[in-house]
Design a protein around this ligand. Sequence first.
Ligand code: 0O2
Length: 242
Amino acid sequence: MVAGTVNDLKNLKVELTRFMMSYKFALHEMNTKIDILKQEFHYIHEYNPIEHVKSRLKSPESILNKVKKKGYALSLPIIKEKIRDIAGIRITCSFISDIYEISNMLQRQKDITVVACKDYIKNPKPNGYQSLHLILQIPIFMSDREELMYVEIQIRTIAMDFWASLEHKIYYKYNKEVPEHLMAELKEAADSATKLDRKMEGIHKKMAVLKEEAQEEKDNSLELMLLNERFALPEDFLEKES
Ligand code: 0O2
């Protein structure tokens, strides 16, 4: 190998390593943000809207396949600009309302730019696929530079995730035509998942109202727990105070 070519190869390897490393840092940054939201919710509201979080870096092979499929030029700046799901995070929530709450909380953060939002919950795909997709841009800070990175966030409920995971196994990326009657069955299964999500959301909301009423009753009562012992406040004590 001539010296120039060896050097070119060496430089390319460094460039590729830097390229993938930046996405790893972007994932790390986003995961920290999500973890903070999760912990804050737990401390303040004693409720956790996030069931689980999964993140992945697209493999170099998968990136190249997408570049070929989309007909893009094989150049790192073009890949960086055009392929926006190299860093991907999937958040599974308990209820549909949690999806929008988490999405709004992320979108409000000052260092996050929302580049695109696809709401496949309000507008499901014809096969029944549902999820909220966000393409976000966040800065990462390194020793000598700052870089803006794209991260794709998919937010869905457990039921939507259950459907998408199984559909992914059965059909997604299946190149041949899926028979029509099976497509219809798949859509039916997605409709059942939606029905289940709505039912659970309804129960969740009703329980929240009951909990609030019980709390109000507790707040209005003259009883309180002092050092783990029930204590009844004398009524005239309250009158003297006011
Ligand atoms: P993987 O292996 O999960 O990463 P794009 O191809 O991203 O440029 P597109 O198709 O408009 O543009 O993106 P979209 O609609 O936002 O969907 C991208 C991702 O959503 C997919 O990533 C899947 O993860 C998921 N997805 C979209 N449609 C379906 C579906 O019908 N079924 C299932 N199970 N998942 C879906 P990848 O890169 O295709 O795959």
